[in-house]
Design a protein around this ligand. Structure first.
Ligand code: NAD
Ligand code: DAU
Length: 351
């Protein structure tokens, strides 16, 4: 019997890398990608595998319980890898309700439908919820988040993800739903929507626009190349323990300002610009409300138990990423038209 795996949010940034990995690595699985195609969802991200025999796409909204229930009854999935979400912190500050609906209610709709189709037979089934390190809140200068760090979310985005994590765990304890959760640090790489720091900066450098750095650029994030995250997801989905949580991170902390300066140097070289030209675009702007100072992940559990190691170092990953955006200007230009312009004005020009 072929396994049928549902991947939600597969047309987004991380989801598209996970879909690609699974479609190529598991020809015996049917991979079904369910995505609403919000501003962040883009089927262009999957052009190279869209005709594969084991890949199917369905446009649909996880917030619609009737649709979700019917969809699960039709496909009787063996596993669910849940990435669909509203994912950008700044948008959650501008308009929180989409985050509450998709990240919390949407997740519960998927949990309910999984329970329905797996009732009486949970053997070899799996509901895998992809979450974020932001649920743990903000670190000071030292320490890192472990799987047992208490939750302390501070933005509507992270609070909605924390809420969904709690609900996923509640379905494990209450209904024995075979769940697993991972909390990952900041991802970067090809196909990331240019609202996030790295692709936004690449796009602005390309177009000789200001690079907006919040506050003094002192905030620290722990960066992981997206393909290394996709590989961790594969391992956790297949080898993780029911009810467990795994922290995933790059052990790669960067102060925002240092990261942007490094990116500027890479871009100057690739664009044959005078050294220092892109750095002149750096502009310090009003800080993000409730801006978490520092994230850092202790990923020793997944490294030890599942033998996961990130393979792409930051120097290489950042160069690969810059290169990809330079070679895919059409992709970039398509996603920065329309809705993006309005968002950019609201976020950066009207504040
Ligand atoms: P993204 O915003 O690029 O993609 C989200 C996808 O979900 C889009 O394709 C969108 O169309 C889809 N979607 C949104 N609402 C939907 C709905 N109601 N129904 C169906 N589909 C819907 O996000 P991403 O950066 O790829 O993140 C994916 C997941 O990983 C999220 O759950 C996020 O919280 C988590 N995560 C992201 C990062 C990161 O650095 N990007 C790090 C850790 C965890
Ligand atoms: O830590 C995991 C999280 O990483 C994921 O859960 C989120 O989905 C993902 O968006 C990301 O959240 P961040 O808020 O850390 O990412 P972002 O790229 O928005 O910002 C990274 C840092 O850069 C943060 O300190 C804010 C800062 N920043 C961001 C933007 C967009 C700027 O200084 N200027 C900007 O224009």
């Amino acid at each position: 019997m072929r396994k049928t795996i549902l991947i939600t949010g597969g047309a987004g940034f991380i989801g598209s890398h996970v879909v690609r990995l699974f479609v190529k690595k598991y020809p015996d699985y049917n991979i079904i990608n369910l995505d609403k195609l919000t501003y962040a969802g883009n089927l262009e991200n999957l052009k190279d595998i869209e005709n594969a025999d084991n890949y199917f796409f369905e446009k649909g909204d996880i917030n619609d319980p009737v649709f979700v229930s019917g969809f699960f009854q039709k496909h009787l999935f063996d596993g669910v890898i849940h990435l669909a979400a509203e994912s950008h912190v700044d948008r959650s500050i501008l308009a929180p309700m989409d985050f509450i609906n998709t990240n919390i209610i949407g997740t519960v709709n998927l949990l309910n439908s999984s329970r329905e189709i797996w009732a009486g037979n949970m053997q070899e089934k799996r509901f895998y919820h992809i979450s974020t390190d932001e649920v743990f809140g903000s670190l000071g200068k030292d320490g890192s988040f472990t799987e047992t760090t208490p939750y302390d979310p501070r933005s509507p985005y992270s609070a909605s993800k924390a809420s969904s994590d709690h609900l996923v765990r509640a379905y494990f304890h209450t209904y024995n739903l075979p769940i697993v959760i991972s909390n990952c640090s900041n991802n970067y790489g090809p196909y990331q929507f240019p609202e996030k720091l790295i692709p936004l900066s690449i796009n602005n450098i390309l177009n000789q626009k200001q690079i907006p750095v919040y506050g003094k650029g002192e905030n620290i994030r722990d960066w992981l190349y997206v393909e290394d995250h996709a590989k961790a997801i594969d391992l956790i989905f297949h080898q993780g323990e029911n009810g467990e949580t795994y922290n995933v991170g790059g052990n790669n902390e960067w102060k925002n300002i240092d990261l942007i300066q490094k990116l500027c140097r890479i871009m100057d070289k690739k664009l044959n610009r005078t050294p220092g030209a892109s750095e002149k675009l750096i502009t310090f702007v009003k800080d993000r409300a409730g801006h978490d100072l520092r994230y850092a992940i202790d990923s020793s559990k997944i490294r030890k138990e599942l033998k996961w190691v990130p393979l792409v170092d930051f120097e290489k990953g950042l160069k690969l990423t810059a290169e990809w955006y330079l070679q895919n200007k059409e992709w970039l230009n398509n996603v920065i038209s329309g809705e993006y312009e309005k968002y950019y004005d609201d976020q950066y020009l009207k504040r």
